[in-house]
Design a protein around this ligand. Structure first.
Ligand code: NAD
Length: 409
């Protein structure tokens, strides 16, 4: 039985608590957060996930658990990893460290996180749930023989869209790292690359050659939306971030020289019955599509009955409606891949190794996100085969992340 300790008790930690109900051999032993820790611990106890305790410091939490999870905002990650490392240096033994996507706000931070974790010698997991989505994994499994006969996929389109994040720190590019590209582009880039990676090859097998991106502030810079954000303490007239991003990555298989393309599209302007993950993959003679808003089940809530619904997200993540025709997904934690990513990580930690996706992988995804920002900022295709460009990306902080987004949006 692995004892899990969560740093952060907000939206994603709560989702993971839901996911852990479907995971064996794990107990949610502790939570440490500025806000929400007691509520989450109480929920976990009610759900029989263990005698979940609240810890006041990261050092105390690390001492009490086997696996430490960083489920806190992007701007506190480096400091938190240093606190975990200090506890480990003091003699605490842990079996694994999990860090949620995106690994960091920029490449330098991602590199620091990966380096500190490596120096600790503790196995890691980078939580990128979409690669674990059962529908995507099943499509690939079912196509294994077809792919062997016909060849690897050549095009993947991957999109995640919703109406905008729940907390102000996500909207502020200086705290989050950017707008929708940093927040959700990391999912779509990683999942898109997974979908074109030949079956059986490591997830970093394909070599990214070029990145071309376009970003824009299409909705939230306009009224009345801008004023709505301002009421939440976010001023997009002064410090804007992109609410739309389209990233195209050209990849090459180093063994076969086969070329493939990933198109990652993300937006914070999808006003719809819920978050939508849309993935399409095209290979020679085959294809598949995944749409998280398609369900065999649905429901209807009339205007008369809607007053009884207090929370639209009871229906679906990022749902914006409490009435009308709604989509019914009975197990979102499984649908989005959370359950499978836990099983993968905990199995790996029990065996003393990294999960399928480790912090080093997260570092590589961060490099691609930085390349996307550079492409938009400089209005050019970023050549990842050029050593000078790679060197530049290592210290690059996008203008949007610096709070100077009005120069490029
Ligand atoms: N995989 C996904 O689809 C997914 C979904 C949502 C969020 N996330 C990621 O998870 C991370 C957290 O997002 P969230 O939505 O849960 O945020 P949130 O704002 O809802 O919750 C953040 C939590 O961290 C705590 N916290 C903040 N600073 C802290 C500090 N210095 N010390 C201790 N606790 C601190 C807060 O009190 C809160 O409990 C983000 O990086 C986000 O990108 C991933």
């Amino acid at each position: 039985m692995l004892k899990i300790g969560m740093i952060g008790a907000g939206f994603v930690a709560t989702f993971h608590e839901r996911a852990l109900r479907s995971v064996r051999n794990a107990e949610l032993a502790g939570v440490c957060a500025l806000k929400g820790a007691e509520t989450l611990a109480q929920k976990a106890r009610q759900d029989h996930l263990g005698d979940t305790k609240v810890y006041g410091t990261i050092a105390e939490l690390v001492k009490a658990v086997d696996v430490v999870c960083v489920f806190a905002p992007n701007f506190v990650r480096v400091d938190m990893m240093r606190q975990i490392a200090a506890a480990v240096e003091d003699g605490t033994r842990i079996k694994g460290i999990i860090v949620e996507k995106p690994l960091a706000r920029n490449y330098a931070e991602a590199e620091t996180l990966a380096r500190i974790a490596k120096a600790m010698g503790v196995p890691t997991a980078y939580f990128e749930n979409q690669i674990h989505m059962p529908s995507v994994v099943q499509a690939r499994t079912q196509l294994t023989q077809v792919e062997k006969a016909m060849g690897a996929p050549h095009l993947a389109r991957s999109a995640e869209e919703h109406g905008g994040p729940h907390e102000p720190w996500f909207w502020d590019p200086t705290t989050q790292g950017g707008g929708v590209c940093c927040d959700m582009g990391c999912h779509s880039i990683a999942c898109g690359m997974y979908m074109v990676t030949p079956t059986g090859k490591p997830l970093t097998h394909l070599k990214p050659l070029r990145v071309n991106a376009t970003m824009a502030l299409l909705k939230w810079g306009k009224e009345p939306w801008r004023s709505q954000l301002k009421q939440r303490g976010v001023d997009y007239a002064k410090i804007p971030a992109e609410d739309y991003s389209s990233v195209s990555i050209e990849l090459e298989d180093p063994d076969t020289k086969h070329r493939s393309i990933v198109q990652a599209t993300n937006s914070w302007m999808y006003d719809a019955p819920g978050l939508r993950l849309l993935m399409e993959t095209f290979g020679p003679g085959y294809s598949y599509t995944v749409n998280s808003l398609q369900s065999p089940a649905g429901m209807f809530i009339s205007d008369a009955a809607a007053a009884a619904v207090i929370d639209s997200e009871l229906a679906l993540e990022k749902s914006q409606a409490t009435r009308g025709s709604l989509i019914l997904q009975p197990d979102e934690a499984s649908l989005y891949g959370y359950v499978a990513e836990w099983i993968d990580a905990l199995t790996a930690f029990e065996q003393g190794r990294d999960a399928l996706l480790n912090l080093e992988y997260g570092r590589q995804i961060t490099l691609l996100i930085m390349a996307a920002y550079m492409s938009h900022e400089q209005r050019k295709v970023v050549d990842l085969t050029d050593p000078a460009t790679l060197g530049e990306l290592e210290t690059y902080i996008p203008l949007i992340q610096q709070g100077k987004g009005s120069l490029v949006l």
